[in-house]
Ligand binder design. Sequence first.
Ligand code: ZN
Length: 125
Amino acid sequence: MVYTRRLLTKETFHHETVQNIKNKKGMNMKKYIVYDNCKIGYIKNVCTCEKCKERGMAEVFINDLDDKYLDCIKGNNIENIVYLGDSLVEAFDELVNYFQEKIKTKEKENKYLQELVNFYSKLKT
Ligand SMILES: [Zn+2]
């Protein structure tokens, strides 16, 4: 299952990570994570300590593609995740979409700011 920014909730994130533990014995099924700052990693490990059980939300450890520690997600800070799924190609697509949307938003902002500039410039004269 693939999750993009729009589909990813705390619940689906948690569900995905639990699935990841269950699948571990099986085939090499990496779950990739892409952040909105372009960082890419995969789910390395999921903490199953008592504190995490109490919280009902496990800490999820993310390594980068060179297998070095990248991040620890505590279940509530998923706002900066753009993609969670098993395809790097899809991950890149999603990142491209995300930045294109951002460009559109900024273009609208710029247009609005330009209108303000025009408006107040006229008032001056
Ligand atoms: Zn823990």
